[in-house]
Design a protein around this ligand. Sequence first.
Ligand code: ZN
Length: 378
Amino acid sequence: MGQRSGCQGRSKTLELTLSETMNTEADVQNNEEEAKEPKAKEQRITSVFGVADLKNGAIGLYNVGQTCCLNSVLQVFLMNIHFTGILRRITVPPHAAQQSKNVPYQMLLLLEEMQCGKRKAVSPINLAWCLSGYRVELFVQHDAAQLFLTVWNLIKRQMKKPELVEELSDLYTICVQEHLTCQKCSFETKRNSSMLTLPLPVLDSNSHMLKTLEDCLQYFFQPEELTDHNMCFCEQCERKTPFLQSMKLVHLPQTLTIHLKRFCFKKSAYILKLSHSLPFPQDLDFNAVLTENQCQADDSEKAAWQYELFAVVAHSGSTSCGHYCTYIRSLTECKWYCFNDSEVCQVSWDDVKCTYGHSNLHWGETAYLLIYMKKHPQ
Ligand code: ZN
């Protein structure tokens, strides 16, 4: 698991995140059904859908073929009222054949079933089958970070309405600016990029463990010298020279997804899970973590960089044999829940803190995705 999201180097991570995103988009574009589908009719679900969010606590999802990873990712989507607010306004595909292949529509049906509130858990089998048509196979242990990107891109591609696509992008997209400066002539290039997750290494360049989430963020935005075999070609010097690479934070979204890169390659194909303790706060202020130099944003943008923790997707077990569950703070009740497939129980913040990890507990639970929400939406 976690193969492509495994390496610890920062410089490569951004490209990886983006190319993964693009690959997924390309997959969807190639889907024939997508191309054949007639112009969407303005059909909307109004009756039973979306009367209220999951107010009556929380509903589990049955494991229907190693779907603990999918279930965890789905709960993070469906417990987010900002996301479900968009999902409810999708156009319903006109034909049954299209409906069964439409990821956002199948998600909406699942949400409706969960909202009926009659059962402690419901089955995500129709959505799981739908996703299996897009190479998200059943009976395979997926990587939660990769699965989040895949599902997100499928939703975006299949939503059709441009205004919803824009809202979905706004809700999740992080904007950064990459700077590359030649150390010989000071020639500088800038490039704007967007990401769906902040892929944070949990080790520094000397393979030392970073101690807190704030340290990981600080390290991620620290300038990096590109020397020796990492040198870049400078247009002005007309040869390969040492460069300084830095990344500045431009914009943070309402729903911010942080990916802790706990899976790393060691010795050929062997993937190691890093389970050391890495505390993360409930309240996170990016202005207190990053320096002025690490930001490229105006005061009103920065004023909104106050976050509180919404969800933790946690992994336990080894890289080859593991299990996912999710801790979510209900936005309507302000209570923490643990979603472990069909089992859902209320938990305390101390229980959530157990996902910080522990060096001596390699099979223990560790946070893998952290989802933060803006305290004061703009
Ligand atoms: Zn130069």
